[in-house]
Design a protein around this ligand. Structure first.
Ligand code: UTP
Length: 294
């Protein structure tokens, strides 16, 4: 029986160039989605799936991430003194959400390279990788499904979202064969195919449960353009010696990696909230009417 997944790795050492200048002196992962930084949703997802050991891959200028998940005694004492018990509860809970560790990636040499920074911490066990550009609002259903599939079948499991044909050229797209209801076996991944050349309607998205074999694969892939080491190339290599599966899902993903996607996600998430949804909905309806957007 495969070892239990204990650690979630969250790569957060990128430059966030699609979000400049907001990300010049501030980590993209700390940009708020409503009232919480994006990375908080992701750490919460890991904890909800039963993973309380979190390793965040950071880089220069990303101290705010560590501080966010740490205790802040001055703030806690001040909130206590002022009787702001709800705010106090939230900041204390945040510091106790998971055991958060960090490791540095000295240069942004790609997602694959960022994941390879986790090798010492992870050791010889399967682990999860959660990209903070993708928020999953699904009570960790996707991640739990992937963990269960990995525990049953071994190997590695990649999250695959079923998308419309016109969307596929923005993603890695695998050639697959079905295993059971939600699980497929992946044979190769075509990067950003034209719709007519896409081998499936499935898009690789930012959740992975990986076998430790990925570290050897990462050490052996040739860097692609810009010297970047791609996680998909390493998965392709790993697939030659171990099974790589895909877990197919449709709902719950919000991309927050660009300003427009971030805005879309914020609106959808706010509409779902009792404290924000009704007023925002009325405001949006009014905007549509006033600007004749229909
Ligand atoms: P992205 O490509 O979305 O992030 O990588 P980026 O490179 O920061 O953003 P752009 O494309 O320039 O706008 C997905 C995740 O992988 C991390 C990023 O921080 C992001 O959370 N990443 C990427 C690293 O940790 N290291 C890297 O070298 C590259």
């Amino acid at each position: 029986m495969p070892a239990r997944v204990r650690t979630a790795v969250i790569p957060a050492a990128g430059l966030g160039t699609r979000f400049l200048p907001a990300t010049k002196a501030q980590p993209k992962e700390m940009l708020p989605v409503l009232d919480r930084p994006a990375i908080e949703y992701v750490v919460e997802e890991a904890a909800a799936a039963g993973i309380d050991d979190v390793l965040i891959v950071t880089s220069r200028g990303k101290h705010a991430i560590e501080d966010h998940f740490d205790h802040m005694p001055e703030l806690e004492a001040e909130l206590e003194r002022k009787g702001k018990s709800e705010a106090l509860e939230r900041v204390v809970a945040l510091a106790e959400l998971a055991r958060v560790h960090t490791v540095r990636q000295a240069e942004p040499r790609g997602l694959g390279h960022a994941v390879s920074m986790a090798a010492d911490h992870v050791g010889d066990a399967p682990f999860a990788v959660l990209l903070p550009d993708d928020l999953m609002v699904d009570d960790a259903a996707l991640l739990r499904g992937m963990l269960a599939a990995q525990a049953e079948h071994g190997g590695s499991v990649v999250a695959l979202k079923r998308v419309a044909p016109e969307e596929i050229s923005a993603y890695g797209c695998p050639r697959v064969e079905p295993v059971d209801e939600s699980l497929v076996r992946i044979f190769e991944v075509v990067e950003k195919p034209e719709p007519e050349e896409a081998p499936s309607d499935l898009a690789v998205t930012g959740r992975y449960v990986l076998s430790p074999g990925i570290f050897d694969a990462l050490a052996n892939v040739t860097p692609g353009k810009g010297g970047e080491i791609q996680l998909t190339d390493a998965l392709e290599l790993l697939g030659k010696t171990e099974p790589v599966y895909g877990w197919v899902f449709t709902e719950g993903r919000h991309d927050v990696g660009t300003p427009l996607d971030h805005l879309r996600a914020s609106i959808e998430l706010a509409l779902d909230r009792d404290d924000l949804g009704p007023e925002l909905g009325a405001f949006l309806a009014d905007v549509v009417r006033r600007r004749d957007l229909r």
